[in-house]
Design a binder for this molecule. Structure first.
Ligand SMILES: [Zn+2]
Ligand SMILES: [Zn+2]
Length: 494
């Protein structure tokens, strides 16, 4: 990863945002990729034995080479070329205890440091080389580390250093380096292409920043489509250790593969603009007249349909006319990904003459790096929906995920919940994390934590089990009071 982009996206790393280490064997721990346990013959059972490389360390004193240089310079540093008195040296440097130290240190300085200094140097240089290799997507093994260290030791005349396996193990521990399963092989061409995309992404962000300066945060929006399975489950469950089959029941197997699309709109100021645009899957591609008449239409959702549950150009027209224009007129910025339908022409033909709209289309391949909704948005969204699904299934709530009205109700509620002023910081953060601003939003609660994992497990209206704590009014509600009775809250209690 080029260093300039590291600077820009440094904040991303803490949240496990990663598009870097894909081709690694030994990599830094905490790089964001889920640790995968693999058998590594190198990692074997290394017994702790006396290690010549480390025993030496104990015989060295703990004063750094730099400090030793200071002391010896002072001791030798009289103008007439004579040495200063030992008491004088000791007065200035309290840690000096014997005159023999001064002679010994002088020798060490001339030899390029004591053994301990040299070991430190070897470790530092080996680490540098390791990072360099990883940046160039090279596979690195423990044996490679030992070889690198040994060559370096030879260069600086660090005698007796054997670059033993034990040394390598403690080196890896110190630098959080572990064995990792290689997830992908890439060619030099891939690497170059990725760097080109990163360059484009960076240019895009820098251009956008300039543009954003002349627009209010409420009028800069990002929108994107995201597919949801009718029934969204989390991928993990508790089970007894060692159990071979971990099978989980679903309401309907087809609901796991069929999907619908939502297209939310998020402002740079962290607000979710209503209505939420939503496309359901209908066999005929539209809602029939009877359905149209009787179906539930949530006030904060604009509903549409297609044969696949996916969006086409027609849906984009609807989105622009019914969501973008009413919210952004007379002037705004629309940040969209590189989906071909998002062309200037397709969008502009729906924009009234007196409206000024700038479309910023994210370069192809860079969406995962600089599209706020992708960088930090949809993941929490899906997690929220999965928590509700989990509750419905485990507690046998009568709420079928294949029913049209239930899906719209669910998304309507989730959209309103995530749009609570309490969570504005979350969506501000997604712009910040994508690099559009240097201003890190202040603390904001994570909606999933706040709504599902807060204190108390009971509904405050009926003593039944709590499904969520409302992000607006803070009241804890059971499935009946939240989902069935449709708690579309807008009374905010800070
Ligand atoms: Zn209740
Ligand atoms: Zn409420």
């Amino acid at each position: 990863m080029p260093f300039k982009i590291i600077g820009l996206f440094n904040q991303a790393i803490e949240f496990g945002y990663t598009y870097v280490e894909k081709v690694s064997d030994l990599v830094l721990e905490g790089s964001g990729v889920e640790p995968v346990e693999v058998y590594d013959p190198e990692a074997g059972d290394v017994e702790f034995q006396a290690d010549p490389d480390n025993i030496q360390v104990l015989t060295c004193d703990s004063v750094t080479l730099e400090k030793k240089k200071d002391v010896v310079m002072y001791w030798r540093g009289r103008n007439d070329g004579k040495k200063r008195k030992f008491t004088q040296v000791q007065h200035k440097f309290r840690f000096v205890t014997q005159i023999s130290q001064l002679y010994r240190w002088e020798k060490q300085i001339l030899a390029g440091g004591c053994h301990r200094d040299k070991l430190k140097e070897v470790s530092k240089e080996t680490y540098k080389k390791f990072l360099d290799l990883k940046q160039r997507h090279q596979r690195v093994t423990t044996l490679d580390l030992r070889r690198i260290a040994l060559i370096k030791a030879r260069e600086i005349n660090c005698t007796n250093f054997k670059a033993s396996e034990t040394w390598a193990n403690s080196f890896k521990r110190k630098h959080n380096i572990v064995s990792r399963k290689i997830t992908k092989f890439v060619s030099q061409k891939d690497v170059t292409e990725k760097e080109t995309i990163e360059d484009k992404a960076l240019d895009f962000v820098l251009e956008s920043r300039e543009l954003f300066e002349t627009h209010a945060g409420d009028t800069i929006v990002n929108t994107d489509q995201s597919g949801f399975e009718l029934e969204m489950h989390a991928g993990r469950t508790l089970d007894v250790k060692g159990v071979k089959k971990v099978e989980i029941i679903a309401q309907s197997k087809s609901a796991l593969t069929h999907s619908y699309t939502i297209m939310p709109t998020v402002t740079a100021s962290g607000k979710l603009l209503e209505p939420l645009y939503m496309v359901l899957r209908e066999d005929s591609g539209t809602f029939g007249p009877r359905v149209s008449e009787t179906m539930f239409r949530p006030p904060n959702v604009f509903l549409s349909a297609s044969k696949s549950g996916k969006m086409g150009v027609k849906h984009l027209d609807e989105y622009i006319q019914n969501v973008a224009v009413p919210n952004l007129a007379p002037r705004g910025v629309l940040v969209v990904d590189s989906w071909s339908a998002f062309s200037d022409e397709n969008i502009m033909r729906n924009i009234p003459d007196d409206m000024e709209l700038v479309i910023k289309q994210i370069p192809e391949g860079a969406t995962g790096m600089v599209q706020p909704l992708d960088v930090y948005g949809f993941r929490i969204w899906k997690n929220y929906v999965k928590h509700i699904t989990q509750f419905v299934i485990v507690h046998n709530i009568e709420f079928c995920f294949r029913q049209r009205d239930n899906l719209t109700k669910l998304q309507s509620l989730v959209y309103r919940q995530l749009g609570s002023p309490r969570f504005e910081g979350l969506f501000q953060y997604s712009w910040y994390k994508s690099g559009y601003t240097w201003e890190r939003p202040e603390y904001f609660p994570n909606p999933v934590k706040y709504c599902f994992h807060g204190p108390g497990l009971l509904c405050s209206r009926c003593e039944d089990l709590r499904m969520v704590t409302c992000g607006w009014c803070q009241i804890s509600l059971c499935a009946h009071h939240f989902l069935i009775e449709y708690h579309l809250c807008d009374s905010y209690i800070p």
